[in-house]
Design a protein around this ligand. Structure first.
Ligand SMILES: *Cc1c(COP(=O)(O)O)cnc(C)c1O
Length: 353
């Protein structure tokens, strides 16, 4: 049986959270002399002299409508990376608990575990980049707190099989975090609607990819109210700044524009996949449900370095296990994609045979 109470660290359970000035009074008033802000204003024309809403109510309401879920099921972090860190700090006792990751996958699960002195157990993906359920099951012990799943996965680009993720959700009594950073580019649907079915599920999304707002730093975690309340207790009070909250509110009105970009990017992804597949030294273009391609190519490191001399930066994954000889290539603008393909032709001109 899943029992969240047993997962929350004892010090967090006991924690009396910081109560900000904006928490203690949030009604209507004219004169705010409670937070030691600069009442005269700021060098900027906006009201940035005031602390932002620590609960991000307006942003959460709009997101709730878009995602079709109650605002009480949403946690907002300074990027998904903050959500990852807060999950460790809330649920993993340093020096005692462990988590499971399925490499090759997003690097922050392991880095954040190391920062939080939490042991990382690895159940590598299979050759076709799917979950090794038997290996995962064998790694679980009484101190396993989180299983990190990333779907679509970075850097492989594929979605994990839904039945496999459901198998983990149904059989693991810790938290299962499904990182859906790339879900908007995927053929699969989100797990957000499954939250009522699985009390141990945490879904992470971000505005950094499809929404094009990596610079604003807004990550989302969707979970039971009990998980959300715990993360809220641990987070820094003003983790989402005023400028981000304002700009995100504006951006969230533009769902149509974002959907257009998603269509264009996925179309270009398929076109670029074909172009790469036809190149002489490309062994494989892996199927992608994301806004990037994983390409297996002879002399990957040399191609990477050649591209650098052309001012083109790719992600070299050639020394990552299961990604040997692979480059991860983000889908760019039409022009950027052309620049890359032209440079590839130059590479072949200079390295015939
Ligand atoms: C890019 C990415 C993120 C994004 O993190 P942010 O901190 O929200 O920018 C999260 N997870 C994965 C797998 C990613 O590739």
């Amino acid at each position: 049986m899943f029992d969240l109470d047993k997962l929350i660290r004892p010090n967090i359970k006991k924690l009396v959270p910081y109560s900000s000035a904006r928490d203690e009074f949030s009604g209507e008033a004219k004169v705010f002399l409670d937070a030691n802000e600069n009442s005269l204003g700021s060098p900027l024309t906006k009201w940035y002299n005031r602390y932002p809403d620590p609960h991000q109510r307006a942003v959460k309401e709009k997101l709730a409508a878009i995602k079709g879920i109650g605002a009480e099921h949403i946690f907002l972090g300074n990027g998904s990376d903050e959500c990852i860190d807060l999950l460790y700090r809330s649920f993993c006792e340093p020096g005692k608990d462990n988590v499971i990751i399925c490499p090759p996958t997003y690097g922050m699960y392991e880095v954040s575990a190391n920062i939080n002195d939490t042991a990382v157990r690895k159940a590598p993906l299979t050759e076709d980049f799917q979950l090794d359920l038997v290996h995962i099951e064998n790694l679980v012990d009484a101190n396993t707190r989180i299983i990190w799943l990333c779907s679509p996965n970075n850097p492989t680009g594929n979605s994990l099989r839904r039945e496999d993720m459901e198998m983990v959700l149904n059989n693991f009594n810790g938290l299962v975090v499904i990182d859906e950073a790339y879900i908007n580019f995927a053929r699969q649907k989100t797990f957000i609607q499954e939250l009522t079915e699985y009390p141990n599920l945490v879904v992470m999304q971000t505005l950094s990819k499809a929404w094009g707002l990596a610079g604003l730093r807004l990550g989302m975690a969707f979970a039971s109210t009990a998980v959300i309340d715990t993360l809220d207790k641990v987070k820094p009070p003003y983790n989402i700044n005023q400028a981000t909250q304002e700009l995100v509110l504006k951006a969230l009105d533009e769902v149509g524009q974002v959907n257009d970009m998603i269509h264009l990017l996925t179309d270009m992804r398929e076109a670029m996949a074909e172009v790469f597949a036809s190149m002489p030294t490309v062994d494989k273009v892996y199927p992608s449900d994301a806004n990037f391609l994983l390409v297996k190519i002879r002399d990957a490191r040399k191609v990477y370095e050649f591209m650098l001399t052309r001012g083109i930066v790719l992600r070299d994954r050639s020394n990552v296990k299961l990604c040997e000889d692979c480059l991860r290539i983000t889908i760019g603008t039409e022009k950027e994609n052309t620049v890359l393909v032209d440079a590839m032709h130059d590479w072949y001109d200079q390295n015939p045979g």
